[in-house]
Write a protein that binds this ligand. Structure first.
Ligand code: AMP
Ligand code: GLY
Length: 418
């Protein structure tokens, strides 16, 4: 089979490397891919959001199966377009991807179907009403852009002034463009966070080992939110008892609600959960694999990933066996200096050839030029290792970080330590 993965970050490198092990794949493409991905697949220079060009390429090349990984092509209807062109495609339709692309939609869905989440109000254009609500509710309070914002459209405000400033930046100053024209203001919840990803064909839900992301840029969860600075799995906080509660109160009700709304969800659904004193609640949904959660999670997958993807598309997930290793895995992200703010790119990366053989380095933002790798994004590499225990997996991942260097390189030294 000829298979195409759409995207070009660390998550897509992990997905492509995992698919590359499938004996049924004769040719693997990634569009647009990146420097590191070119080691496991042929990179095709088509933007992940260019639907017309992607459909043209898929037809010209006779691609048999497509997997769409990032949020923006999903929100734009990439799956709908490829499916209409008769190409089996893994991922939610545009109608289902709204679960991620509009927080106002997802909050409304949870309210209507009694799925536990933070109390909230939506404000569309009316800044003064939003400010009045913040003053009435008090701080801490959380302000979120309605639309997609690269994981950066959320402000957990400790003061009323900070919350007001966030609302004005989103609604008046247009910091996030259209994504911030509408905002969700919600109750600040407390508790540990856990990410649960699940395959679903719209009827059956198969969860993956629970992971924990590290969203803040600096150690001890300080500094601004990022796309994710590291992740590990399985999460010791996610007990079998909690898993059952989440399945009954969150996972199944969500899939059933989407089906009932005429938006059946097929693909990977991401549940961002907070384990509050009043039980697990949804922080957010995503309509895709998480990045960097995917890197450690797929390190534990034993089943052919293509088999699972096909079972989802063909709606026979209930019959598909999915096996996971009992090991633990950890991914440490190496980022450009300045990220998640402004940063420079084009820095040469050294030491990749000295990384121990039991460590996998996924490339998130790199370029390959004349045999050398250069930085090309905010998150640059995801150094990933697995081992029988979490402590060993963490130690192995950091041993993999040691030889790697590039100018301005920054990373957290406490991934998995909490
Ligand atoms: P999100 O992009 O919605 O996952 O939000 C980014 C981060 O902001 C989350 O991982 C949480 O740490 C924090 N956050 C979001 N919503 C809330 C909330 N209602 N209460 C407390 N923290 C939140
Ligand atoms: N790591 C968070 C996300 O993928 O949204």
């Amino acid at each position: 089979m000829k298979v195409l993965v759409i995207g070009g970050g660390g998550r897509e490198h992990a997905i492509a490397a995992t698919l590359a092990r499938s004996p049924r794949i004769t040719k693997l493409y990634v569009a647009p891919g990146n420097g590191g991905i070119s080691g496991v697949a042929e990179c095709v220079p088509i933007k992940a959001t260019d639907i017309a060009e992607m459909v043209r390429f898929v037809q010209a090349e006779g691609i048999d199966f497509v997997m769409v990984a990032p949020d923006d092509p999903l929100a734009l209807g990439m799956v709908d377009a490829l499916t209409a062109a008769s190409v089996p495609t893994f991922g939610p339709t545009q109608a289902a991807a709204i679960l991620e692309s509009s927080k106002a939609f997802s909050k409304g869905l949870m309210e209507q179907y009694n799925i536990p989440t933070a109390r909230y109000r939506v404000f569309d254009g009316n800044v003064e009403a939003a400010v009045a609500y913040i003053r009435e509710q008090g701080a801490p309070i959380v302000v979120k852009c309605d639309g997609l914002a690269l994981g950066k459209g959320v402000v957990v405000a400790q003061t009323i002034a900070e919350a007001e400033a966030a609302v004005r930046a989103m609604m008046e100053e247009g910091r996030f463009g259209q994504s911030g024209a509408k905002v969700v203001i919600e109750e600040c919840m407390t508790g540990p966070e856990v990410t649960v990803l699940a395959f679903t064909d719209g009827k059956t839900i198969a969860t993956m080992p629970a992971a924990q992301d590290h969203k803040r840029v600096f150690d001890n969860d300080e500094g601004p939110n990022t796309g994710g600075m590291g992740a590990f799995c399985p999460s010791p906080k996610y007990t079998p008892e909690l898993a059952e509660i989440c399945m009954e109160t969150i996972f199944r009700p969500t899939i059933a609600a989407m089906a009932k709304e005429g938006r059946p969800f097929k693909g990977v659904i991401y549940f961002g959960l907070m384990l509050t004193p009043n039980g697990p609640k949804v922080i957010e949904y995503n309509a895709r694999f998480g990045d960097p959660e995917t890197q450690p999670i797929l390190a534990l997958l034993k089943t052919d990933l293509l088999d699972i993807f096909e079972a989802v598309v063909e709606e026979r997930l209930a019959e598909q066996e999915i096996r996971w290793s009992a090991d633990a895995a950890c991914c440490v992200v190496l980022a450009s200096g300045g990220y998640p703010g402004t940063y420079e790119t084009g820095k040469i990366i050294s030491g990749l050839d000295q990384v121990p053989a039991d460590v996998t380095v996924y490339h998130a933002g790199t370029k390959l030029e004349d045999g050398a790798y250069f930085t090309a994004g905010g998150r640059v590499l995801g150094v990933t290792a697995k081992a029988p225990t979490l402590d060993e997996a963490i130690a192995r991942a950091y041993a993999g970080v040691t030889p790697i260097q590039f100018e301005g390189m920054q990373y957290r030294t406490d991934i998995g330590r909490r």
